[in-house]
Design a binder for this molecule. Sequence first.
Ligand code: ADP
Ligand code: ASP
Ligand code: MG
Length: 401
Amino acid sequence: MKIVVQKYGGTSVGDIARIKNVANRIIQKKEQGFSPVVVVSAMGNNTDDLLDLAYQISDNPPKREIDMLISTGEQVSIALLSMALHELGHDAISLTGHQVGIKTSGHHTKSKIVDIEDKVLRKHLSDNKIVIVAGFQGSNEDSDITTLGRGGSDTSAVAIAGKLQCPCEIYTDVDGIYSLDPRMYPKAKKLDAISYEEMLEMASLGAGVMHTRAIELAQKHKISILVASSMENKPGTIIKESEPGMESAVITGLAIDNNDALVTLNNVPYSIGITAEIFEMMAKKDINIDMISQTSPKDKLVNISFTTPKSDLVDTRSILGFISKKYPQISFEINENISKLSVVGIGMRSHSGVAAQIFVLLAKANIEVEMVTTSEIKISYAIDPKDQQTAVDLIAREFEL
Ligand code: ADP
Ligand code: ASP
Ligand code: MG
C-alpha cells in the first residue's frame, strides 16, 4: 500500500467550493494508486472567530476550555470534506485527534504530540477508505482534548506521516516556501528546496508558512515535506536534509515576526541564582523565550531583556509581578511595539561579516536596532515596526532574496 499524508490549510478549505476542490485533488491522488490520509485545518478564520467568542467572556479563559472550543473548528471541516468525498462516490471517514489516538503531553493550547496509535488509521486504510483527520488536536492522559499551538495542523500531518513512514505533502495558499513572506516582499524568490535546519529557524523566527514542531518531527523521522499550492499544479518546495549545493547562498531567507514583545527587567541583582529563578519560572509555564541580553553589572545590578510571544504575556506578567514582589528593587517594562527580522542561512557558517553588512544597511536608513542576537546560522534584529518595510526591502535587495 502506497500511503501518503496530505494536509490542507484553512484558506484551502475556506468555503464549500474550496472543500470540493480539495476533495477532487484527493481523488486524483487516490486514482494514481495512493492511499491518502488527509489532515485538515479549520475553515478560513474559524479558529480566530472561536477565540474571539472566548475573549468576549473573559480576558483569561481556562486553557482547557479554550482547547475544547477551538478544536471544534477542525471537526467541522473534516466532516464536510468527508461528505464531499462521499458525494463524489468515494468512501471516506472523518476522525478526531482523539479517535486516531494522537496522544499529547504538556500545557493546554501548546501541547506536544508524544505518540500516535496507528491501529485505527491502518484499519480504515486497509478497508480502502480515505481517512480524514482533524489537524491541530489530540488528547492528553486525562482524555481531555488538547491543541498543538496556532498553525499546529502541519505538525499533526508530519507526526502521522512519521508514524506511517510515508511522504508528507502540505498544501496551502502559496505555491511553496519563499526566501521571505511574498506578502511582505512580492519579488521574493521561491525555493526549490530548503534544509530542515534553515526551515526550523525560519519557522521559529516567525515565517508562519510552517509550524516549527512539524519541522522538528520531519527531521527526527527523516521525512521530506513537499509544500505546494492547493489551487495550482506547480512544483512547490521540498524541505529535506541539507546537501552540499544548498550552502551556496549566504542567506537563504528572512523571517519577519510581529508577534513578539520585548520584556526588560531593570535592577536585577547580579546573581546567577536569581536569573535562573526567573527563567525557570517562565520555562515551567512553557513560555517561549527568544532573544536574551544582559547589561554588564553596575553597582552589582544588571538589566535583562528578552523577547517572548505576545500570546504568552498574561502568564509572563503574572510571573514578573511575583518576581518584583519578591525582589522589590526589580521593575519591569513590556514593549509590545517591536518587529523582529531574522536572516537565516547555513552559508553563514563559512561566511563572516553578515551582521556588519546589515548594520551598515540599517545605519544608512537611520534605523535604530533595539536588540541583536546571533547563532551559527541566524542573526535577529529587533526594530521599531515603523521601519520594518524599509528594512525588509533593503535586506532583501542586498542579499538578492
Ligand atoms: P495554511 O492555512 O495553509 O496553514 P498559513 O497561513 O499558515 O497557511 O501559511 C501560508 C502563509 O505563510 C502564506 O500565505 C504566506 O503569506 C506566509 N508566509 C510567511 N513566510 C513565508 C515564506 N517564507 N514563504 C511562503 N509563505 C510565507
Ligand atoms: N486551525 C488552527 C489555527 O488556525 C490550526 C491550523 O490552522 O493549523 O491555528
Ligand atoms: Mg499554517
